[in-house]
Design a binder for this molecule. Structure first.
Ligand code: HEC
Length: 202
């Protein structure tokens, strides 16, 4: 009897102290953490100094030749908020069709654009959609499902406008992720021009 009483008594004390005790107390020592998770990390707070760098500045200037997220190659901001056809593929509530005038295309530069698109397509799209855009890229050999065959007539420009292509490249769709952070705006249009040339060739 006494044994059961002591066990219950100790359990109740532990519970009461555990739940109510040591609440809101201030300690001068850092707490002992059994599971530190990521409570403490060696990051630099915004706008503060850092003794880690020789010049003492916490905020770093981007390394020469690197491209910060959200900026075009030339240093222009990529997401300016005022979405034009060139930066969004949409005109109002609808997808537009045709290559935007910002590309300032003439007979020579359109060839260069398609060539650039070919190169970018091979880098970013071919693994899934295949070199010829038939949806049979290398990943499909390894059970990657549902890759769209871009040569199907539903992706032709009269049913699937350029602006919609731009939107899918930027935002992604279904199992395909968006490439807004990887592919600059102009290169997205270059890829579109190349896909159109593949469709026309077919
Ligand atoms: C990781 C594989 C992968 C990559 C890389 C990829 N796609 Fe896709 N893409 C898919 C899949 C999967 C779908 C089908 C998405 C769905 O409908 O669920 C798709 C669908 C599409 C569609 C049709 C969307 C629709 O409206 O049905 C277009 C257009 C497209 N991709 C273009 C591109 C272009 C251009 C690139 C290169 C910039 C690219 N994709 C890169 C996997 C990929």
């Amino acid at each position: 009897m006494l044994r059961i009483f002591s066990i219950v008594f100790i359990a109740v004390i532990t519970l009461v102290v555990g739940v109510l005790g040591f609440r809101g107390e201030k300690f001068s020592e850092p707490p002992r953490r059994l599971f530190p998770d990521m409570d403490e990390m060696d990051y630099v707070d915004a706008q503060t100094n850092s003794s880690y760098f020789a010049d003492g500045m916490g905020a770093r200037i981007p390394v020469a030749g690197t491209q910060p997220r959200g900026f075009e190659n030339g240093g222009d901001v990529q997401f300016s908020g005022d979405a034009t056809y060139y930066t969004s593929g949409a005109i109002g509530d609808y997808f537009g069709n045709g290559l935007p005038e910002e590309l300032e295309l003439d007979k020579e530069s359109v060839v260069a654009l398609v060539n650039r698109g070919k190169e970018r397509y091979a880098i970013y799209c071919a693994v899934c959609h295949g070199e010829g855009a038939d949806g049979k890229g290398i990943v499909t050999n390894y059970q990657f499902p549902n890759v769209a065959n871009l040569l199907e007539s539903r992706f032709a420009s009269n049913t699937y406008p350029d602006g919609q292509l731009f939107n899918v490249i930027s935002e992604g769709k279904g199992l395909m992720s968006g490439y807004a952070y990887n592919i600059p705006v102009k290169d997205r249009w270059a890829i579109i021009a190349y896909i159109r040339s593949l469709q026309a060739a077919k």
